[in-house]
Design a binder for this molecule. Structure first.
Ligand code: ZN
Length: 220
């Protein structure tokens, strides 16, 4: 009986520590984005055929966004990368998001940009099963960002477009990301998006948490 009770005490203690830790650290769940592309309806038809519709593989955390079954090949002057996932639904602009490592493989130098801001970005060729397209701009490396709702923003005391820092506190390779942009939207689910290079640099995996640190204005 005594032994049984002491186990219970230990479990309660662990649960209470976990609860406290989660609250105190104000954890930001990390989502690692592998290379992917967003297609306009016109580009989708060009690559997959007239009237083609994307089919859903799985839902992403952000409401309405999904990973499609369809993939494309992206081509640069030095190489190509196959099986690049398409994220749906279709968007107004076609955009390809890669890591710095990917860009070296392609032989291209995309700028670090917020999603949707592709003016003057790097060129890219996209190849689908029914056709291909050369885009003079559209290849970017995504700027690390945090999706959050207005309620989250109030909780963390941050505003849309503000830059914050996020600390990854693991034992093996602790690292602090700077210049992480806050992206507010009404239905957003709290999540920090990093690319595979950033994730690998800090050995962080999807679902693990970082700690939000406000940018210190005195150090600017
Ligand atoms: Zn994102």
């Amino acid at each position: 009986m005594v032994k049984h009770n002491s186990h219970l005490v230990i479990i309660e203690e662990i649960l209470s520590q976990l609860g406290k830790g989660g609250h105190k650290e104000e954890g930001i769940p990390i989502g690692v984005s592998a290379r992917h592309c967003h297609l306009s309806p016109e580009t989708l038809e060009l690559l997959f055929g007239k009237g083609y519709q994307l089919t859903k593989k799985s839902d992403l955390l952000q409401p309405g966004q999904f990973s499609a079954n369809e993939t494309v090949t992206i081509v640069g002057p030095k190489g190509s990368i196959q099986n690049v996932r398409i994220l749906g639904p279709t968007r107004k602009l076609t955009q390809v998001e890669v890591s710095k490592t990917d860009s070296i493989r392609l032989g291209l130098t995309p700028p670090i940009r917020e999603s949707g801001n592709i003016k003057g970005s790097a060129p890219i060729t996209i190849v689908g099963p029914k056709g291909s397209i050369y885009l003079s701009e559209g290849l970017i490396i995504a700027q690390a960002h945090i999706h959050m709702s207005p309620i989250d923003a109030e909780h963390f005391g941050v505003r849309d477009g503000e830059f914050v820092q996020v600390e990854i506190n693991n034992d093996v390779r602790p690292l602090r990301f700077k210049k992480v942009k806050i992206r507010l939207s009404q239905n957003a689910v709290l999540e920090m998006h990093v690319d595979t290079d950033e994730a690998n640099a800090s050995l962080v995996k999807t679902g693990e948490k970082g700690r939000l640190v406000k940018e210190d204005k005195r150090n600017d």
